[in-house]
Design a protein around this ligand. Sequence first.
Ligand SMILES: [Zn+2]
Length: 307
Amino acid sequence: MSIPFIKSFDFEYGRADRLSPTIRRVICNNPGPFTFTGTGTYLLGQNSIAVIDPGPANDDHLAALLAAAGNGKITHIVVTHTHKDHCGGVAALKEATGASVYGSRAHPENDGMNAPALDEGADLTYRPDEVLADGDVLDTDEWHLETLATPGHISNHLCFALPAERVLFTGDHIMGWATTVVAAPDGNMTDYYNSLDLLLERNDEIYYPTHGAPVSDPQNFVRAVKEHREMRDAQVLTQLKAGHTRIMDMVAEMYKDVDKSLHIAAALNVQAHLERHVSAGRVTQEGESLLNAEYRLMESDHPSTSS
Ligand SMILES: [Zn+2]
């Protein structure tokens, strides 16, 4: 089963589109290889408004969010994780509205190598007023939002559920247009699998990712994403069996159809798959550095399997 990606949808930069009685969305004009058409910022409510992922620092987008709020008051700024395309605009929106900032904890410290390699980059200055943990609730008389901890893409990633509408705001955990980068060292493939399984236990009707179109058949979509990861796990083992020991040699083979500008992100992804094999005892690693470490299949009487 291939992942049923949704590559086209109707939107206009800066326009507030109503998606449900409670939810509106404004898309920021920051398209790119990691952001697709740009960051989708969601607004909940009319009077006491929550803004989920205010997007990057961008004056036009800030103005569009304030215009969308109209006579309502933005009281809550909610953040799924600390990549700049999600939370770079937090400080300016907080200054303009006085809203409190809720969401993921500050950017993880072990992530130094990852940040510059990814176009979206990390926001090292972000500090929430209140860190949310799994199960924490935010509510007003207009909306009720529940926190779901979903590490994997990054260790501080959160999704947010609006149970009244069986909606899940998935941030970068699930995106409708592409697979998520799970970039070592902070991104963790085993956590990512576990966070996919968490979604399979739920009965959400629709996902609203931060990038791209809504996902309207979420369970099948998540199952397809999981199969895709299992396929990558198996490809990595195939590369090792073929005698490749270094990540960039594997990337050159596995991603030969992918634009070279994305190969560093792909390398971090392959590293995350390798680390999963290492922690499962299937693969050995010599050397620490991403580009110089050598990986080998564990010697065993029984051939390794991929899952
Ligand atoms: Zn991200």
